[in-house]
Design a protein around this ligand. Structure first.
Ligand code: THG
Length: 286
């Protein structure tokens, strides 16, 4: 199963037979006061810089979310996309809960983007699937429904089936659906890690689709978050996740190590290249 995401300059393929794809998450005003302020003022210089930094850090796809109180996303999301596509070659993940903002974004985007996201909620399926079909893009399907995020593996798998069925009925090919199993913070829900790993394995077996996962949610409220996030990244990749939504600068080495162990990095080329780059950067700051 190959999910293709493109810009006008580059193609990225998400597949279990290839290295894990990194979706850079930094362009998101959640918890970032400065970014919220500049977005409110319509200033996109910080967005441009973040895109460059994420690509330099090894992000394959750039996620863009401008959603914050006081930001007119119907106007700002398409503008941010233009700025990012002029600055970097990487394809993009268009991230908004607002259908109108996504549609405005899809109109200006050059290539075939990943849309973040649809969920198993009835309103979301009805609103989003026709748009995904019309623009022939790929879409992330969040495993939650009208009752919220499920607290067991069984229901997560059932919602993934529902999203795939409804998308296929709407004329969307299975290869264009990327399921996000979603996790709770491990501090609040100690069983969440095991549930998610079981759901990923079963969805892989039963549906064969590509899967993504945010790498930082699991550690919310815990100390030493990067250590937990790195362990989580390795665990979900082994279970079958093929694209991680994460800060490339922080998690990429662990992802490359996992790909290496799983035989997805011939001659350890990617791991060694990244090691050299980090050594050089460390030398320069000495
Ligand atoms: N799945 C899908 N999409 C997603 C997520 C997911 N999009 C949003 C999120 N999860 C991934 N993106 C972020 C963005 C910001 C933060 C975490 C994940 C974050 N921000 C810091 C905070 O809130 O305190 C501030 C960051 C900083 O300034 O360093 O943590 O799971 N499909």
């Amino acid at each position: 199963m190959e999910t293709k995401v493109t810009s006008d300059k580059k193609e990225v393929i998400i597949s279990i037979d290839r290295p894990t794809v990194i979706i850079g998450e930094r362009i998101n005003p959640t918890g970032r006061k400065k970014l919220t302020e500049v977005l409110k003022a319509g200033d996109l210089e910080m967005v441009r810089k973040e895109a460059l930094i994420q690509v330099e850090a090894g992000a394959d796809i750039i996620d863009c979310n401008v959603n914050a109180p006081g930001v007119n996303d119907v106007e700002i999301l398409p503008k941010a996309i233009k700025v990012i596509q002029e600055a970097v070659d990487a394809p993009m993940c268009l991230d908004s809960p607002n259908k109108d903002a996504l549609e405005a974004a899809l109109k200006v985007y050059k290539g075939k983007p990943l849309v973040n996201s649809v969920s198993g909620e009835e309103a979301s399926l009805k609103r989003m699937l026709p748009l995904v079909k019309e623009y022939d893009c790929a879409v992330i399907g969040l495993v939650q429904d009208d009752e919220g995020i499920p607290k067991n593996a069984e229901r997560r798998v059932a919602i993934a089936h529902k999203i795939v069925e409804r998308a296929e009925k709407a004329g969307i090919k299975r290869e264009n659906i990327v399921i996000d199993v979603l996790t709770f913070a491990i501090g609040a829900e100690p069983k969440s890690g095991l549930d998610v790993l079981e759901a990923i394995r079963r969805i892989r077996e039963e549906l064969g689709v590509n899967m993504t996962m945010g790498a930082s949610n699991i550690s919310f409220g815990m100390p030493d978050r990067p250590i937990i996030n790195n362990a989580w990244a390795a665990a979900v990749i082994v279970a079958g996740a093929t694209a991680l939504i994460t800060d490339a600068a922080k998690i990429r080495p662990a992802i490359l190590a996992t790909d290496l162990i799983l035989g997805r990095d011939r001659f350890a080329r990617r791991f060694i290249e990244d090691h050299r780059k980090r050594e050089q950067a460390a030398q320069q700051t000495k």
